[in-house]
Design a protein around this ligand. Structure first.
Ligand code: AMP
Ligand code: ZN
Length: 114
């Protein structure tokens, strides 16, 4: 999608600190990290919010979790624990309308979230 920030990162039209890439997904460091590890895992396919995920995307969305798990293991936070977040629409705090899985770790997380 032409005016989508994360599509531009996927297409390498905007810079990002990319830490993982495969045919269907990309992972890069969040520009405003909220934890020692804060990575975003995005599908290369443009999906605006979780509400637009269809049955055809089931494997793709599962794949995002596989990538997140792999990164958590590589960064040695898997056993300690980490948080996976996907915000949907304004009251959740979603600001970029291309779905992305936040991978947050390296510190104790609080609950309930703010
Ligand atoms: P959300 O608020 O759930 O939509 O998350 C959007 C995330 O994207 C925020 O954590 C931002 O800090 C992050 N972000 C915005 N622009 C960029 C960028 N150019 N590169 C990396 N992360 C970004
Ligand atoms: Zn997009």
């Amino acid at each position: 999608m032409a005016d989508c920030l994360f599509c531009k990162i996927v297409q390498k039209k905007l810079p990002a600190r990319i830490i993982y890439e495969d045919e269907h997904s990309l992972a890069f460091e969040d520009i405003n990290p909220q934890a020692p590890l804060h990575v975003l895992v995005v599908p290369k396919k443009h999906i605006p919010t979780t509400l637009e995920i269809t049955i055809e995307d089931n494997a793709l969305v599962g794949h995002l979790f596989q990538v997140a798990n792999r990164l958590a293991k590589e960064r040695n936070i898997a056993e300690r624990g980490f948080r996976l977040v996907m915000n949907t629409n304004p009251e959740s705090g979603q600001t970029v309308y291309h779905i992305h899985l936040h991978v947050l770790g390296g510190r104790t997380m609080h609950w309930p979230p703010g």
